[in-house]
Design a protein around this ligand. Sequence first.
Ligand code: NAP
Ligand code: F7E
Length: 332
Amino acid sequence: MTAQRRRALVTGITGQDGGHLAQLLGEKDYEVFGLVRGQNNPRKAAVEAEFPDVTLIEGDLADPTSLVRAIEISNPDEVYNLAAVSHVGFSFTNPTLTLDVTGKGVLNLLEAVRLSGRAEHTRFYQASTSEMFGGLDYNRPGAGYDEDSLFHPRSPYGVAKLYGHWIAKNYRESYGMFVSCGILFNHEGERRGREFVTRKITDAVARIHLGLQSHIELGDLWPKRDWGYAGDFTRGMWQMLQHDTPEDFVLATGQTQSIEDFLTLAFAEIGIDDWRPLVRQNPAFLRPAEVDILLGNPAKAESVLGWKREVSFEQMVKLMVEHDIALNSPAA
Ligand code: NAP
Ligand code: F7E
């Protein structure tokens, strides 16, 4: 008798992490289902083309009925809740939408699992974030945030994610559901949306190199982030759901770099040392409140899950610039 394939439902399948996870789960022979929102989502076709074996289900985190249907259709062993309004700057201009999707959407999906009668059988991953911490002292970051650090979110996004984090923990404690929260620090790569600073930079560097763009406009350059590679982090999500018990884990690199550091490495890839004349500040990209510095301590994930990152910061910047040069080249 052949063993049944495991079934996974991934919300946010059209996003960066959704793409990495669809690839990983496919390699592990899962039957993968992806939630796609909107009646004509422009990113749906790209997922269908890249992952023809993934079954797409229409649904929206803000529509509880659609989530009940998605759970019914996918009948999942594992749910990865990656969908969110995920852009911090956008959350300041769209705070109510952010609360509805990034916060209450988590409750909607947990309820859909609980009421389906599959709660005992289904493992649930919640995409929590380092934005819940709110930033360390710029000059004295210490050993970084871990699972026991205090939260102080500084954006509507961070506040909404904190609700999602606590309601996920509450369902674990109240109903005994297998719910694990990954508190992930920034992770980037070739699938990153161009609205985020790393991809915006590597795309611009590639276009400047190819003569398609003259300069790049950014906000503050001094904030620091603990930047890792998304492929390493989605592997960690999967590892969390394979662990014996549901727990929360920080995934981070343990190193922090400024946007200036990122610019220096990215421009070096095209042979430019002095990038300052090519970068202008545009106040449109400043935020009402900034997270100064993020640094995470992944010791628990490393010792308990055996999680290990494979791609260094330098390798990731190089990979992203090379990818964007190829993508922007006329022959592409
Ligand atoms: P992303 O690229 O911005 O993807 C977000 C996904 O959410 C997209 O697929 C988007 O679909 C979907 N979505 C948005 N609103 C929705 C709604 N109302 N209903 C259903 N789906 C909706 O984000 P990511 O970088 O892959 O991150 C994945 C998750 O991890 C997010 O929850 C994010 O907040 C969290 N996180 C990310 C990082 C990071 O550094 N990347 C770090 C910590 C935590 P559309 O195609 O319809 O827009
Ligand atoms: O900004 C600064 C900006 O938007 C990084 C999300 O995945 O990681 C991400 O949130 C820094 C900030 O990412 C521009 O002010 C300067 O200090 O790339 P970002 P983020 O805000 O760190 C966390 C962990 C998540 O959970 C989120 O979902 O860069 N910055 N100039 C800029 N940022 C952007 N986007 N665009 C600029 O022009």
